[in-house]
Design a protein around this ligand. Structure first.
Ligand code: MTE
Length: 329
C-alpha cells in the first residue's frame, strides 16, 4: 500500500491498493474517477449505476475515490457493509436499529433538491445530481462513534462540505449552519411517533463546517448511499457523536445565531450543541469512556477505549482551543 502524509492527512492511492482483477472489472468507474480527478468531478457519479453493481470488497480501496485529500484515513478493519446497513439510527423510519433497513424503501431519492438559504451571497437550490458534481468525489474511511456507546469504521464517498460553503459565499453574518432533513409523513412512517420534533435538524459552527474532515456524503462502500443510511445526501462528522451527522438533507441554512438541534430540544441536559466525542464527559445514562465495535461482538470481545474527538484530535482540536469541554459538551 502506498501511503503518504501531507498536511496531517493520510493519502491513499486507490489504484495501488486495489487488487488487479477488481481494478479491471471496475475500469468504467475508474475512467469516471480519472475525469473527476481532472477536475470535472461530476463524471464519477454519472457512473454510479454501474458502480452499484460492483460492490467493493471490504478493506479494498474503493473505485472512483481519487483521494486527492483523503482525510485522516484509519487503518482499522472496515465494518462489514451488512452491519453498517442493517444496524441504523434513522428515527424517521422507526426507533429500533433494524427498522430503517426494513422501512426506508419508501424514501424517494429522486427528484431531490437541497436549498441553500440565509446568510449567503449566492442562495440557490441544487438538484441532487448537480450537487454531486460540485467537487470531485473522494473516499474517506472514518470511525463512527455513536453516543449510545458503539462504533464502526465506514468508507464514505463524498467531498468536503467546505466546497459547497465556498460556492455559496457566506456573508459576514454567517456564524452557524443549520441542516434540515426531509420530514414527509407519506414516506417516513416514524414521523407518526412524537419521539423527536420533526424535521430532524442539526447544526455546526461555520468554522467546524469548513473543516476538511466535515464530509458531505453521497455514497458508502463504493455504492450510492443506501436509503437507511441517509440517501441521497448526508453529513459525516467523524469527531462528533453520530447524531450530529444529519441524514437525507433538504436544506442548509446559514445563520447568525446558534441553532437549536432536535436532540437538544428533546433533552438539553443530555445532548449539547457540540457533542464532540469525549471519553471524559459522560452522558447522564451512559459512560463514554469505552465503546463496543460493531462486528466484534463475540464472547471474548473487549470494549475499546474511546479516544478524544474519536481519535481526530490532531486535526480538529484547535477548533475548540480555550473552550471548557465539560461546559460546551
Ligand atoms: N439523521 C436523521 N435525519 N434522523 C436520524 O434519526 N440519527 C443519527 C444520525 N443522523 C438520525 C440522523 C444518529 S443517532 C446516528 S448514530 C447516525 O445518523 C447513524 O448513521 P448510520 O445509521 O448510517 O450509521
Amino acid at each position: 500500500m502506498h501511503v503518504t502524509k501531507d498536511r496531517g492527512f493520510i493519502h491513499r492511492v486507490p489504484s495501488e491498493i486495489t487488487p488487479r482483477a477488481a481494478y479491471e472489472s471496475r475500469r468504467d468507474w475508474l475512467r469516471h474517477a480519472a475525469l473527476a480527478a481532472a477536475g470535472s468531478g461530476l463524471a464519477a457519479w454519472a457512473g454510479r449505476d454501474a458502480l452499484a453493481q460492483t460492490p467493493a470488497p471490504a478493506g479494498a480501496a474503493l473505485p472512483g475515490a481519487h483521494s486527492s485529500v483523503a482525510g485522516a484515513v484509519t487503518m482499522e478493519k472496515i465494518t462489514a457493509r451488512k452491519d453498517a446497513t442493517t444496524y441504523n439510527n434513522f428515527y424517521e423510519f422507526g426507533t429500533d436499529k433494524s427498522d430503517p433497513a426494513g422501512a426506508a424503501h419508501t424514501l424517494k431519492t429522486r427528484p431531490w433538491s437541497v436549498a441553500i438559504e440565509g446568510e449567503v451571497k449566492k442562495p440557490r437550490s441544487f438538484d441532487i445530481d448537480e450537487l454531486i458534481k460540485l467537487a470531485p468525489i473522494e473516499e474517506r474511511i472514518y470511525r463512527l462513534r455513536c453516543v449510545e456507546g458503539w462504533s464502526m469504521v465506514i468508507p464514505w464517498q463524498g467531498w468536503s462540505l467546505s466546497n459547497l460553503i465556498k460556492a455559496v459565499e457566506p456573508t459576514g453574518n454567517a456564524k452557524y449552519l443549520q441542516f434540515v432533513t426531509l420530514a414527509d409523513r407519506a414516506q417516513m412512517p416514524g414521523l407518526r411517533s412524537g419521539v423527536l420534533d420533526w424535521p430532524y435538524v442539526e447544526g455546526l459552527r461555520l468554522d467546524e463546517a469548513m473543516h476538511p474532515l466535515a464530509l458531505l456524503a453521497f455514497g458508502m462502500y463504493g455504492e450510492v448511499l443506501p436509503k437507511q443510511n441517509g440517501a441521497p445526501v448526508r453529513m459525516v462528522l467523524p469527531w462528533k457523536y453520530g447524531f450530529k451527522s444529519a441524514k437525507s438533507i433538504v436544506k442548509i441554512r446559514f445563520i447568525a445565531q446558534q441553532p437549536k438541534t432536535s436532540w437538544e430540544t428533546a433533552a438539553a441536559n443530555e445532548y449539547g450543541f457540540y457533542s464532540n466525542v469525549n471519553p471524559l464527559v459522560d452522558h447522564p445514562r451512559w459512560s463514554q469512556a469505552t465503546e463496543r465495535r460493531i462486528g466484534e461482538d463475540g464472547l471474548f470481545a473487549k470494549r475499546r477505549a474511546t479516544l478524544m474527538f474519536n481519535g481526530y484530535e490532531p486535526q480538529v482540536g484547535q477548533l475548540y482551543a480555550g473552550m471548557d469541554l465539560k461546559k460546551f459538551y
